[in-house]
Design a protein around this ligand. Structure first.
Ligand code: ATP
Ligand code: MG
Length: 247
């Protein structure tokens, strides 16, 4: 079943064509790793999926509903309803500094969903256990390590019960010794069949966890396929050059 279908997506910033003609599908339970050089349009692509960027042409459908069809968006309430099926995790966590860990988890669903405080507390407590931070529930973000902050950001996204999780370089801001704990949480989610799109420089993660790799360069998808194909037998010179630099 298609969770996300993108066809002929185009996006420019002024004269710069950042996304040229993207077409791809993400199926249920897919873990798609998106790789490519800096400036190739990976973040802009992800941000377009959650309507943090407005595209110029093409279509995006999410679990069977059009977020945008042939460049035309529906009204804002409909856009919000469609993007609420996706959770996004950013490189720089973006936690609320004045709220505790547990409050960070509960704030968005408290405002958006009509769940009771006790339901939210139960769910946030469960998720804190899942990310191994039960004992930091009352801590403030400033007193957490980068890896802990990012695990909180993942749990916060999960509080909204997304059907798809998007990650934009979730470990790039972390010291190398802290990336493992974040990748482990993502790996657990993949094993629980969460559908995920992960923009990453972690080729090991892409190889081990993704079932598909999309290589982007200069606003285009150059090639995509199973990691065993892309990493061992890339078809295009652009992919070969990038991979040679990344290992
Ligand atoms: N708001 C913006 N205004 C103008 N240009 C932008 C904007 N956002 C991105 N760009 C440009 O679009 C291109 C693609 O940027 P994007 O951030 O999507 O690339 P990326 O593949 O995520 O790169 P990186 O690996 O460095 O994160 C770059 O040339 C960038 O400078
Ligand atoms: Mg980026």
């Amino acid at each position: 079943m298609a969770m996300i279908e993108v066809s002929n997506l185009k996006k420019s910033f002024g004269k710069l064509d950042v996304l040229k003609q993207l077409t791809f599908t993400v199926n249920k339970n897919d873990v798609v790793a998106v790789i490519g050089p800096s400036g190739s349009g990976k973040s802009t692509m992800l941000r377009s999926l959650v309507h943090l960027e407005q595209i110029d042409a093409g279509s995006i459908s999410v679990v069977g509903e059009y977020l945008v069809k042939d460049g035309v968006y529906p009204r804002l309430p409909e856009i919000k309803q469609i993007t609420s099926k996706m959770g996004m995790v950013f490189q720089h966590f973006n936690l609320f500094p004045h709220l505790t860990v547990q409050e960070n988890l509960e704030i968005a669903p408290k405002l958006v969903k009509k769940a009771s405080a006790s339901e939210l507390r139960q769910r946030s407590t469960e998720l804190l256990g899942k990310i191994g931070l039960t004992n930091r529930a009352k801590a403030y973000p400033a007193n957490l390590s980068g890896g802990q902050k990012q695990r909180v950001a993942i749990a916060r996204a999960l509080m909204m019960d997304p059907e798809i999780l998007l990650f934009d370089e979730p470990t790039s801001a972390l010291d190398p010794e802290l990336t493992g704990e974040v990748l482990q949480v993502m790996k657990d989610l993949a094993e629980e069949q969460m559908t995920m799109i992960v923009v990453t420089h972690e080729m090991g993660f892409a190889k081990e966890v993704a079932n598909r790799v999309i290589f982007m360069d200069d606003g285009e998808i150059v090639e995509s396929g199973h990691p065993s194909e892309i990493f061992t037998n890339p078809q295009f010179d652009r992919t070969k050059v990038f991979l040679n630099r990344s290992f």
